[in-house]
Design a protein around this ligand. Structure first.
Ligand code: LHQ
Length: 262
């Protein structure tokens, strides 16, 4: 049985990692379910935002190390290349590249690849109970699941090296200061604020959001001339959308826009 629960809240898909007894460590069934649920959410035009959160006191503590226990005890080392390609790469690509906003709702501890999943999302909303540890160095591994790409882009190279090499816990307030998370609320208020934020994203101009996230991500690696050309191409398409017409009409009529994601 997988440790993933999927539910719809209006136009948002909420994916909850739910193996609280193992702090939502990622076993094979949960990773399979996560890949499938993300693919479905990415392809479903009725889903206009995706939230990833955890049940219990953790967000996610990364790879389920117990799942590999037998092999380790027999002195066999696992094939991480295969595992990363099969599960973690599709999960991280889907979170970063799907054409709608993705949000990590960080209810508690995040470690190892759990931090990587949060980093792969477009936004990170946290409770004061959230804390972060990259944890890879503790078991003599390198950061993976996209975190060597995402972490320095999110917090800058110096902080990324600090987080990866010193291995200290980053508490919620410090994570906010580092830019590792976008918002922090008291634990008892996270659910309400996160639900409001995700619902607002799901009610937004989905096609413009899709183009915006693609442009911002793509342009990290391009020069200004290519970025200007990329913006012009995307803007020409955005200008043809019915949400653009609605947005401008609503402005002229002095009322809030009603976006349909088209
Ligand atoms: C766990 C885990 C866990 C299984 C707690 N697995 N059960 C590697 C390979 C390939 C590809 C992808 O990437 C990676 C990178 C990774 O993600 S490797 C894993 C990195 N994560 C960690 O190293 C975190 C390990 N966990 C901890 O250090 C502690 O559990 C923390 C500090 C997170 C929480 O400590 P406590 O609050 O004291 O809780 P606990 O240690 O008592 O854990 C509660 C339960 O959760 C416990 O089960 P038990 O049956 O003994 O009560 C833990 O065994 C289980 N658990 N992490 N990764």
């Amino acid at each position: 049985m997988s440790g993933l629960e999927v539910r719809r809240e209006g136009a948002a898909a909420w994916l909850t990692l739910n193996r609280p007894e193992a702090l939502n460590a990622l076993d094979a069934a949960t990773k399979d379910a996560l890949v499938a649920a993300l693919r479905e959410a990415a392809d479903d035009a009725d889903v206009r935002a995706v939230a990833l959160t955890g049940g219990g006191r953790a967000f996610c503590v990364g790879q389920d190390l117990r799942e590999l226990e037998g092999a380790y005890r027999e002195g066999r080392t696992p094939d991480f290349a295969d595992e990363l390609e099969r599960h973690y790469a599709p999960i991280c690509r889907l979170l970063a590249e799907m054409p709608k906003p993705t949000v990590a709702v960080l209810n508690g501890v995040a470690a190892g690849a759990g931090v990587s999943l949060a980093l792969a999302c477009d936004l990170r909303l946290a409770s004061t109970a959230a804390r972060f540890r990259l944890a890879f160095a503790g078991i003599a591994l390198v950061p993976d699941a996209g975190s060597t790409w995402n972490l320095p882009r999110v917090v800058g190279l110096s902080r990324a090296l600090e987080i990866a090499l010193l291995g200290d816990w980053v508490e919620a307030d410090q994570a906010l200061q580092f830019g590792l998370v976008n918002r922090v609320w008291p634990a008892e208020e996270l659910e309400r604020h996160a639900a409001e934020t995700v619902a607002a994203l799901a009610a937004g101009p989905t096609l413009a959001f899709a183009r915006t996230k693609a442009l911002l991500r793509d342009h990290l690696g391009t020069d200004l001339a290519d970025a200007l050309a990329g913006e012009a191409k995307a803007q020409a398409a955005a200008g043809q959308s019915s949400d653009h017409l609605e947005g401008v009409t609503a402005f002229l009529e002095k009322r809030p826009p009603r976006f349909r994601g088209a």
